[in-house]
Design a protein around this ligand. Structure first.
Ligand SMILES: O=C(O)c1cc(C(=O)O)c2c(n1)C(=O)C(=O)c1cc(C(=O)O)[nH]c1-2
Ligand SMILES: [Ca+2]
Length: 558
């Protein structure tokens, strides 16, 4: 039936379904299902699979599940609704784009997911259009322009729905966009509010920018989905890097770039922000989705928002005040800072690691611009108190251009540096389990290639994720012991979900190399949805149902 506000507020208790990007407003990606356990998960086998076809542009999405139907976005923001009993496509939405769009996508034609409310499914297309589709048949209910993509402002994340607000952020930090969040009315598509992340002169934080026009092209994109705490009616959103990257051109802290921001979802008004990386010269976007957890740290109960940051550190922030609680490094050899002030959370920057415009190449800088962690969603297990994320151990070289070489032009790259990522040894990826209350990593599983897949953890005690070799993996959440793996055929850069249908627990994941990992090595591309269960009936259904074979050969008539 229709997805109500109450359904979304109680998504964490709906063990059978998956109604929003991070499963619930806290973005835990923790399922209360417990049929699958460390004892039986090795019996998982595929029950059906389908190809998303098209141009294989890379899949980064988290599927949604409601009323027996899986809804997910593939590359190019193509949307599929698939009957989970048969594997048959119910409907399919294929956006058409103007020529030239791909030149303004920093990281390929990837897409991260959808939102649902009432009888509609929402998708932010890559060309900065927000579209509401009827859940029953995929027909367009309304469509509205978020921005002009030719200026380098694009959208690829899942919207967040709070009451009747469809809240969406933008990409464009590498194109000199001035970042913002917008809220549209869920029923009509009317614009409700816009909140810019870079203050105009006179607004709070504007004194952290030079007294020129640089704020207009200052970055601060909002390219991942946020979180929401209904108890205080507060939205939490991660804000990306300043533009250009050669920030000796824009001296000052460049608020509110690289921040966790708290806002009122009804008005868009900012409540507070906490900045991770002032005057960031390393593309350390602070866009990570805040994960909302209530626990006891140092003997004190806290309502925290935690993130694993691009800049290499894990942070806990008091989500009622925006005050720093703690940070500790998740990668080794961090050298852009000599440490984080234990009271204020402000990093002490190593000046020699900051490239100078027209100056020498600085290398290796750790972590490299891909982070520490990047966009891939973590998971939180409330029984163990563990936060699970992938972390990548790599470095980079940066050469900042001479000042006169870089001029802002709408739709052109506006970073002002040349960069090179480096492998610092034989191992790049690590899956880490972090005991948040005790501020420590409790287990760490290395992987030779970088890891860019999301996490799913279940009440049954199983952690699911994927790797760039195409393996879908299950671990014991408590110990990190590998329990099961399955080769999906292409790199996994998406996030698994689990759901229950007719009393049985299923696990689903999209497979298809894309996003930034596809720039660094050449594993085969793909585009598949895989669905697994134990003792599950293998379904015959697939994309090859009547609806998609209607362009068959004409029948010969005598
Ligand atoms: O500043 C931005 O607006 C922006 C956007 C995106 C994006 O839209 O995916 C990425 C990045 N930055 C980025 O810095 C980055 O490392 C990155 C990796 C990926 C990916 O999909 O693998 N996207 C992005
Ligand atoms: Ca960026």
């Amino acid at each position: 039936g229709p997805v109500s506000t109450d359904d979304l507020l109680k998504a964490q208790d709906n063990s059978a379904e998956w109604l929003m990007y991070g499963r619930d407003y806290r973005n835990w990606r923790y399922s209360p299902l417990s049929e699958l356990t460390p004892e039986n998960v090795a019996q998982l086998h595929p029950v059906w699979a389908m190809s998303t076809g098209g141009q294989l542009g890379g899949l980064e999405s988290t599927p949604l599940f409601r009323d027996g139907v899986l809804y997910f976005s593939a590359d190019y923001a193509r949307v599929f609704a698939v009957d989970a009993r048969s594997g048959n496509i119910v409907w399919h939405y294929e956006p058409e784009y103007d020529q030239g769009l791909t030149a303004v996508l920093c990281c390929g034609p990837i897409h991260r997911g959808l939102a649902m409310k009432d009888d509609l499914v929402y998708v932010a297309r890559l060309d900065a259009k927000l579209v509401a589709l009827h859940r029953a048949d995929g027909k367009v209910a309304w469509e509205t322009k978020i921005d002009d993509w030719s200026k380098g402002i694009t959208t690829n994340s899942a919207p967040l729905i709070v009451n009747d607000h469809v809240i969406i952020g933008i990409s464009g930090g590498e194109f000199g966009a001035r970042g913002y969040l917008k809220s549209f009315n869920a029923k009509t598509g009317a614009l409700e509010w816009t909140t810019y992340t870079i203050p105009a002169p006179g607004e709070p934080g504007s004194d952290t920018w030079p007294k020129d026009d640089s704020w207009k092209t200052g970055g601060g994109p909002t390219w991942l989905t946020g979180s929401y705490d209904a108890a205080t009616n507060t939205l939490y959103w991660g804000i990306g890097n300043p533009a250009p990257w050669s920030t000796d051109r824009i001296p000052g802290d460049n608020l509110w770039t690289d921040c966790m921001m708290a806002l009122d979802p009804d008005t868009g008004k900012m409540k507070w922000a906490f900045q991770y990386t002032p005057n960031d010269a390393w593309d350390y976007d602070g866009m990570a989705t805040p994960i909302l957890v209530d626990l006891t740290i140092d003997g004190k109960p806290v309502k925290a928002a935690v993130v694993s940051n691009r800049n290499g550190f894990f942070y806990a922030i008091d989500r009622t005040t925006g005050k720093f609680i703690y940070a500790f490094p998740l990668v080794e050899g961090i050298n852009w800072t000599s440490g984080i002030d234990p009271v204020t959370g402000r990093p002490k920057v190593n000046a020699e690691m900051r490239p100078k415009s027209g100056g020498a190449t600085i290398q290796p800088i750790v972590p490299g611009l891909e982070g520490g962690t990047n966009w891939f969603p973590p998971a939180y297990d409330p029984d163990l108190g563990y936060f699970f994320t992938s972390v990548n151990q790599w470095g980079m070289g940066l050469t900042a251009w001479e000042k006169k070489k870089l001029n802002y032009k709408p739709g052109d790259w506006y970073i002002g540096v040349d960069y090179q990522m480096y492998r610092m040894g034989d191992t790049i990826g690590h899956i880490k389990a972090i005991d948040i209350a005790n501020k420590k990593v409790v287990w760490d599983v290395p992987s030779s290639l970088p890891l860019f897949a999301g996490m799913l953890v279940t009440k049954g005690g199983v952690l699911f994720t994927g790797d760039q070799r195409g393996r879908f993996l299950a671990y014991d959440a408590k110990t990190g012991k590998e329990l099961w793996k399955f080769q999906t055929g292409s790199g996994i850069n998406a996030s698994p979900i689990t759901y229950q249908l007719d009393g049985k627990q299923y696990v689903a994941v999209l497979s298809g190399l894309g996003g930034d990992p596809s720039f660094y090595y050449s594993a085969p591309k793909g585009g598949m949805l895989w669905v697994f269960a134990i003792d599950g009936k293998v379904q015959e259904g697939s994309a090859y149902n009547q609806q998609v074979i209607e362009k068959m050969l004409p029948e010969f008539k005598k």
